[in-house]
Design a protein around this ligand. Structure first.
Ligand code: PHE
Length: 450
């Protein structure tokens, strides 16, 4: 016996929630540092191309699958496969996505914890006139303290699970309705600040004057992988959000809006960060430490730096929170729709599992540093690489194949409801371009090319 399913109130709340899922640490923490590490503007260009040719069509595909079935990813794939007279093994595509969500949240929540602790650092005024060496020491001290990491990871998990436990309308919808507009308001304030005290021109030049010689195969592959992560594709978050969507909403229009907002936000945050970084003559290629090590130095040498740093990390925390919610929703929907277990209890149990994974991740920065689990990578890197470079693209590839080659054509046409021209564009990108691009990643990973 299944329990009552949730539904979004309208198209707007669906868009906010899906944008909330998409906008996250991927945009604010990962994209800016990937731009820095991969040589700036050239990477931006490739990333935008990946969003258009792979991200947008696959997001349409994933929403389409969810809305047609109106079920959690596991049951959705099961039902859609039955409808297409295809193998019931397709349901495991849904299952793989749920596992990916749990694994991602295991490390995502730890980074969410770093962000929360940085809000408190900023509020205590710790960044004032901080030197580069001190800033590195601060960050290292955090990473080397399992106690601090676990405490903040726990806070982040409680915040996430509290929202999910409340259900679609009073949890997910409400949180996104408040946090996403707040996030944009903070972004505007930060952009204004960055424009007045930072070096916008240098940031703009760094991000938007393409130097094609810097487009390497590695940069292209990481841009493609990141397009998946950034749009939350390939693991069922978007599918389950689509399953709560009304039939009369245009999938194409909403997808394009969400993808544009997600990409634009990432780029604007990048501009705001780099303007501050360049104004202080700091280097843009710090990698994962960019917002935690480099940026505090910049804030610390600018007027009202601690206040704006606190605002910045609050923005990052809101973004991470709304994404974290979407990482667990597929699994929770599956439990609620297939068992008698109530949502709050299911959330608590799943929360404990993810919390334990997060503890392992937290320890992997200090006492468990030498433990490797996959290809010589530590726990944190293994989870990150396994999910973003393998599970999400694989999930996306299989969804594209299912929608393009397995589903009955009139079913997908009904659901997408596009004119012939746009339908053809979707079909070419979904059936040919996106799968080829993903296969290229895998071939590269297998060391066959490049
Ligand atoms: N899109 C999120 C981000 O950019 C991460 C995420 C991936 C969320 C997959 C849900 C599913 O941070």
């Amino acid at each position: 016996m299944s329990q009552h399913r949730g539904a979004w109130k309208n198209r707007w709340t669906f868009m906010l929630a899906t944008a909330g899922s998409a906008i996250g640490l991927g945009n604010i923490w990962k994209l800016p540092y990937m731009i820095g590490v991969n040589g700036g503007s050239a990477f931006v260009l490739v990333f935008i191309a990946c969003i258009f040719f792979v991200g947008i069509p696959l997001m349409m595909t994933e929403i389409m699958l969810g809305r047609r079935a109106q079920k959690n990813p596991f049951n959705a794939m099961q039902q859609l496969a039955a409808e297409a007279n295809a193998s019931s093994l397709w349901k495991y595509l849904g299952a793989m996505g749920m596992v990916a969500g749990v694994l991602i949240l295991g490390f995502y929540s730890v980074i969410g914890g770093w962000v929360l602790s940085y809000i408190t650092f900023a509020l205590q005024g710790s960044f004032t006139a901080i030197s580069p060496a001190q800033s590195s020491v601060n960050f290292d001290n955090l990473l080397k303290s399992p106690y601090l990491l676990i405490t903040w990871h726990t806070v982040f998990m409680v915040m996430t699970m509290w929202v999910v436990a409340r259900g679609v309308s009073s949890g997910l919808e409400k949180a996104n309705n408040i946090l996403i507009p707040a996030l944009f308001a903070i972004l505007l304030i930060l952009l204004g600040y960055s424009m007045s005290v930072g070096d916008m021109q240098a940031a703009y030049h760094f991000m938007f004057s393409p130097d094609f010689s810097k487009i390497t195969p590695v940069a292209m592959l990481s841009a493609l992988g990141h397009a998946f992560f950034s749009l939350s594709l390939g693991m069922g978050s978007v599918m389950v959000y689509g399953s709560y969507l009304q039939r009369n909403v245009s999938i194409a229009n909403t997808t394009i809006c969400i993808a544009l907002v997600d990409t634009l936000l990432g780029l604007l945050v990048g501009l705001a960060i780099y303007a501050l970084v360049f104004a202080n003559h700091l280097t843009p290629n710090a990698g994962p430490g960019l917002i935690f090590q480099t940026l505090p130095i910049a804030f610390g040498h600018m007027p009202f730096g601690n206040v704006f740093a606190a605002l910045f990390f609050t923005l990052v925390a809101f973004a991470a929170w709304t994404s974290a919610i979407s990482l667990v929703e597929p699994t929770i929907a599956w439990v609620v729709e297939n068992t008698q277990v109530k949502r709050p209890f299911a959330t608590l149990c799943l929360g404990i599992v993810i919390w334990l994974i997060g503890i392992a991740v937290s320890l992997s920065f200090s006492v468990w540093k030498d433990i490797t689990i996959m290809f010589g990578f530590g726990i944190f890197d293994s989870l990150d690489k396994l999910t973003s470079t393998i599970m999400l693209p694989l999930g996306g590839l299989l969804m594209a194949i299912f929608a393009g080659y397995v589903m009955k054509p009139h079913h997908r046409q009904d659901e997408l409801n596009l004119g012939i021209r746009y339908y053809t564009i979707w079909k070419i990108t979904n059936n040919i371009i996106a799968p080829m691009a993903i296969l290229l990643i895998f071939l590269y990973l297998l060391g066959l090319i490049g």
